[in-house]
Every structure is written in C-alpha cells, then in structure tokens.
Design a protein around this ligand. Structure first.
Ligand code: PLP
Length: 477
C-alpha cells in the first residue's frame, strides 16, 4: 500500500469507525456464534498473493463483526468499562505510525519524557504524595501493559530485591531457589492476577477474610502475619484492592499500610478500575495512608476514555524497582543513561509502545473537568439503577454502590439469579456477568460506555424486570 492509497483507505476507515460507533445500537450486543465459527468463514491457508483492500473490508463485516462482543454498546454492562474515545484512537494511530520502541531514553526521548510528564500529571491529579512523582522523587511512575503486570512487577521487585542469594545460575538458565516460607497476602476478593503473580514468583498466596463491607481490614492482616510468623513463615508482600472486581469494595489502605510499614512488608495497591475516580476529590479519602504504601496502579484504559492498553503504576522508590529488574547489555546502553530514565528497567518487556501519547491527547481534549464529569455521570446512573432495584421487593442489592457498579440478585436461592443471568445474556439485548459474594450469586451491572445515558439504564431495567416476570410466572397447567 502506498501513501496515496493509505490516504484513501485511511479516510474510509475513519468513516467506517465513526459509523460503527454511531450505529452500534443496531447490532446485538453479543454475538451468536459457536467456538470454531471463524474456520468456516475464512481460508485455512494464508494467501500467496496480496488481496484487494475492498475484499478485506468486506470480510470484516462478513466474518469478523458477527463474532464481536460489542464492548462499546450502550447495553454492555459486563466486567468493567473498556475505555475508548476518538482522541485516544487517533493518538494510537499516530503512535503506530511513529512506531518507536521506547525501551530507553535514547530509543526515543519524547516517548520517555512524555510518559514521565503524564505520570506526574496524573499523579498530581489523584493527590499522590510528592515522593511518587518524577519531579520530586525518589519514586516516579511508568506505564505498564496491564494491572496484572503491575502486580507482578511489584511483587517481584520486593521478593527479588530482598535477597539475591535466593538465586543460582545453572548453565544458561537462571533458577530460583524456591523459598516456600515467603508469604504474600491479599483479600479473598482480590483479582485473580494476584494469585497468578504468586504462581509466577513461586510463592504461595494467602487469601484473607474481608469484613461485612467486603473490605480487607488491618485486624485481619495483623492476625495472619502474627500467626504465620509463629510458624516460621516470612510475610513480605500485601496487595490491597481499591474497587474489587466482584463488588467494587475498598480495602482499608490506612489500616493496612500502617501494619506493612511497621513490619517492613511491601504494599501494592491495585486500583485497576476505581483508581480513575481518584481524579474526583470526593473519592480521595479512599487513599488515606497512601504515603505508607510502596506502589499503586490503575487503568485509564478502564475509566478515563483511553483505549487498552494503558496502566499507570507509581512507586515510592524507583531504585527498589529498577535494581530488581535491571539488565544492561552493551547494545542497550547510551551516553545519557546516567542522567536519563530508561523505562526498560521498570517492567518485564523490553519493547514499549508510545502509550503516553493517548493519555496526553485525551487529557488535552477533554480536560480534567471533562473526565471528572464522565466518572460522576456513571456514578449517578449507578445510583438510579440501584434505586430501581431497591424499589422492587423481588430483588436485593448486595454491597455498597460507590462508583459505577451495582450488584443485585433475586431474593432467595442462588439458582433463581443464575437462571435470570442466563436469560438476560441469552436475550442478546443486554450483557452482564455474575460474581459470588459471601456465597450469594449476584449479577453485576456496570456502567461502561463513554456516553452512557439514563435511557440505557431504564432500558436495562425494563428488560430485567420483564425477564424476571417470565422467570417467576407460575407454570401454565
Ligand atoms: N485488578 C482488578 C481489581 C481488576 O478489576 C482487574 C480487571 O478488571 C484487574 C486487576 C486485571 O486488569 P488487567 O486486565 O489490566 O490486568
């Protein structure tokens, strides 16, 4: 494809995207396909000769779109939002064109420096103490590919930095001497990525009980630490969650961080979804005690209108992180590496996309006020949905509704809510996912799309009550 054709196809693609977004409601929110469907629609072998662009685009509608779950659909209420916006899409397009691989400052200075600036902009915006900012230090922030990466990097940085003698070099392989006595902690409601980080780090995770508000409290952590120490185990890492995936509950950062700093444990705060709301001052109380934690991460690609992937991770000590992950072959060194930041030392991959560009575009296009108003609107709509649920005595709401998520269920046995959940998704008019909270099966209703409206909430509620009436209707004789 030459530049002239790119101009033509690029314009067509922008039109296709704008039409897709504008008319998305005309498509069912979920696909109606079975596993393996695509094999019947596309050839088994790659084409030998290049094909016509119009044929490729025709196949997008014929083969790809029928298998798409439309995350940007106004009736998509599953998981947490997948951030999206036109400025972010355009920024990714430009980043792809520049195509730099910013593993070091020298590999593309603007890539590193914009990332540092964006981390400081966002850090200030959520009220982080100065030590987490590049402008003050000794910490700073970087972009990771996902909240899971951030948990892994945090956990590894502590366990690796703790004692280098845990490693032995055998032939070309670096083997870790597994120390099964090390213990990381998180609440029962922490995301599964914390468990996975433990698996990768070869440490066994301990899940702790939460209180009646689904919050991990200091007392539960204290008890576990003391009990484990008595058994000769070595607590070393705590992952607290702000905005649990199941119910959007909040671990008590102030209580937990007091204990972790006294005990010398590393504490990471996984705020994948809820961290975005910290740009609104009314939510800042949730990070009280943050000065005592080691790191915090959240995903603008969930709730700040930035497309996947984009996770912000701040650490209080850059040196602790980079000394754990520093590898420095000659071919990656450069003449400014003593005074410039090389983000390859801040995470797992070497190559890094120019992700800061989309943050910068989105922040400048919408401004802080624009982003705050979207978050507040989702929270307002969640309250409206909660009130609808509370007004119908066939249902109950489980957990507090603090942000854009409402967990609800039918009164009585779990099996009824399970059936309702199945009916909702099989309608293909709404999409929701369930969670299990204290043995109660609940349906999660999340506000997801950039332009979510009251009418969407009312539509969802009408669908849900209509299906509920069908479910609870006495059988015809
Ligand atoms: N942590 C929490 C609390 C989440 O809700 C999620 C996903 O929704 C994750 C971590 C995983 O996020 P990622 O897909 O960025 O790894």
């Amino acid at each position: 494809m030459d530049a002239e054709e790119f101009r033509k196809r690029g314009r067509e693609m922008v039109d296709y995207i704008a039409d897709y977004m504008t008319n998305i409601k005309s498509r069912p929110v979920t696909p109606d396909v079975e596993p393996g469907y695509l094999r019947h629609l596309l050839p088994e072998e790659a084409p030998n000769k290049g094909e016509d662009w119009t044929d490729i685009m025709a196949d997008v509608e014929r083969a790809i779109m029928p298998g798409i779950t439309h995350w940007q659909h106004p009736d998509f209420h599953a998981y947490f939002p997948a951030g999206n916006s036109y400025p972010s899409i355009l920024a990714d397009m430009l980043a792809d064109a520049i195509g730099c691989i910013g593993f070091s400052w020298a590999a593309s200075p603007a890539c590193t420096e914009l990332e540092m600036l964006m981390m400081d902009w966002l850090g200030k915006l959520i009220g982080l103490p100065e030590q987490f900012l590049h402008s003050a230090g000794p910490g700073g922030g970087c972009l990771q590919g996902s909240a899971s990466d951030a948990v892994l990097v945090a956990e590894e940085s502590r366990s690796v930095a703790r004692d280098a003698s845990e490693f032995v070099l055998v032939g070309p392989h670096l083997l870790r001497v597994v120390d099964r006595s090390e213990h990381p902690y998180c609440s029962k409601l922490a995301h599964s990525c914390v468990e996975k980080a433990g698996m990768i780090g070869l440490v066994k995770l301990r899940h702790l009980d939460v209180d009646e508000n689904f919050s991990l409290r200091g007392s539960a952590l204290e008890e576990a630490i003391q009990a484990d120490k008595k058994q000769g185990l070595v607590p070393f890492f705590v992952c607290a969650t702000l905005g649990t995936t199941g119910v959007c509950s909040f671990d008590n950062i102030a209580e937990l961080s007091k204990i972790t700093s006294r005990e010398g444990l590393y504490m990471h705060v996984d705020a994948a979804y809820a961290g975005n709301a910290l740009i609104c001052p009314e939510f800042r109380h949730l990070i009280e005690g943050i000065e005592n934690v080691n790191s915090l991460a959240f995903n603008p690609n969930k709730w700040l209108q930035v497309n996947f992937d984009c996770t912000l991770m701040w650490v209080k000590s850059a040196q602790e992180l980079t000394s754990a992950l520093n590898v420095d072959p000659l071919y990656l060194q450069h003449k400014h590496d003593d005074k410039a930041i090389d983000f390859r030392h801040w995470g797992v991959p070497l190559s890094r996309r120019f992700r800061a560009l989309k943050l910068w575009f989105v922040l400048r296009t919408y401004g802080v006020e624009g982003l705050r108003s979207r978050i507040r609107e989702h929270c307002r709509l969640a309250k409206i949905f909660q009130n609808r649920v509370l007004s119908d005595d066939r249902f109950e709401v489980v957990g507090d509704v603090t942000m854009g998520l409402v967990c609800f269920r039918l009164q009585g046995a779990n099996s009824q809510t399970q059936k309702l959940h199945k009916m909702i998704n099989e309608s293909r008019k709404l999409h929701v996912v369930p969670a299990m909270l204290n043995e109660k099966y609940v349906i999660r209703f999340a506000l997801c799309t950039e332009h979510a409206k009251e009418a969407d909430v009312e539509f969802a509620w009408r669908m849900i009550t209509c299906l509920t009436s069908q479910l609870l209707a006495p059988p015809l004789r």
